[in-house]
Design a binder for this molecule. Structure first.
Ligand code: AHR
Length: 333
């Protein structure tokens, strides 16, 4: 026969109920660890929404931000949006709810931020844009922009090509691997490059498509380009990773990268620099991911109510094959 359960003695039952309630409270506090009001320990709390982990550049950028936060004594709440705007909007709303001191983010695309930025402004939380810009007409929605001049990177790439195509007699057919559609670097690099190559009518972009800044995307789109265009002289890839993916497609098609097809990319991460030093790439315009220390400095300043410049651009250079060989041993990322 099954034993009957004895009801709890009233005192013990009360103790159990109290323990359950207490456990609930503790669990709620635990969950709100990332959701608590900013810094009871006096540290600035920075909520940062990162684009994703699409490239070597992005990994270096994330590392720079995390390391700089530790160094600067800033409490960093970090979110990886996996290249999706809706994830970034969600993360920013969470940071507003958590009442962080400052919000930083690198917007995956340029448009569609006004509503959420207005919510941050209404909540009195200053916003810092890093790496990528937004196209909001109301610039009071953010305090400052810290990052690169992407138009210049595209222009420098195009100018190098103009200079190095002088000896060519016929048309020079160019294919372009664009970054993420609608992103500031894709829009601006395309623009700068087009402006520069307009100086030489021999230079013709015969195909241009997005590879989403990834190696896989670069490989896949380059395969299509190679099938559709029997004569490709130049590849302009908006980042190293897409260029590296394209190398595989070019080699598989029986062509020699860097010789049969001239390859120009942007970023100058280690793998890209190695390809340049190895003669597989021909030119790289640098885009620096090391924004962490400046971001922490700006976060402290805007939190303290100090005036900061509306736009802060990173210093960058360009690399030929010889310069890459020289720079590689000291390359940090
Ligand atoms: O926004 C910067 C760009 O984004 C880098 O050039 C690219 O590699 C990254 O994914």
């Amino acid at each position: 026969m099954r034993k009957m359960r004895t009801p709890l003695a009233p005192r013990r039952a009360a103790a159990v109920i109290a323990a359950v309630l207490l456990a609930g409270t503790v669990a709620a506090c635990g969950n709100s660890d990332t959701g608590s009001d900013a810094a009871d320990d006096g540290r600035i709390v920075l909520g940062f929404s990162q684009v994703g982990a699409e490239s070597g550049w992005r990994t270096a950028n994330t590392n720079s931000i995390k390391e700089a936060a530790t160094e600067a004594g800033v409490e960093l709440r970090f979110d990886d949006a996996q290249q999706k705007q809706e994830n970034q909007i969600k993360a920013i709303r969470n940071y507003i709810q958590q009442k962080v001191d400052v919000i930083g983010f690198s917007p995956v695309v340029e448009s569609g931020w006004d509503t959420v930025l207005k919510e941050a402004k209404d909540a009195g939380i200053p916003v810092i844009l890093t790496d990528r810009a937004v196209d909001s007409a109301d610039t009071s929605l953010y305090k400052t922009f810290l990052g690169s001049d992407f138009v210049k990177e595209g222009r420098l790439s195009g100018e190098w090509l103009v200079e190095n195509s002088k000896a060519a007699t016929g048309d020079v057919n160019i294919v372009e691997l664009q970054g993420t559609t609608g992103s500031a670097p894709a829009n601006d690099r395309k623009k700068g490059f087009a402006e520069a190559i307009a100086a030489d009518p021999k230079l013709k972009v015969v195909a241009s498509q997005s590879g989403d800044f990834t190696r896989a995307g670069g490989k896949q789109v380059m395969e299509q380009f190679l099938k559709a265009h029997p004569k490709i002289d130049v590849l302009f890839a908006h980042n190293d990773d897409m260029g590296l993916g394209a190398l595989e497609a070019i080699t598989a098609a029986g062509k020699e990268p860097g010789k049969d097809i001239t390859i120009i990319t942007i970023d100058a991460v280690k793998d890209g620099m190695q390809a340049l030093a190895d003669g597989k790439f021909n030119f790289i315009a640098e885009c620096s991911p090391l924004l962490g220390p400046q971001l922490m400095d700006l976060a402290k300043k805007v939190h303290a109510g100090e005036e900061v410049p509306a736009r802060i651009e990173t210093e960058e250079t360009t690399f030929t094959q010889e310069q890459a060989t020289e720079a590689l041993p000291d390359r940090k990322y």
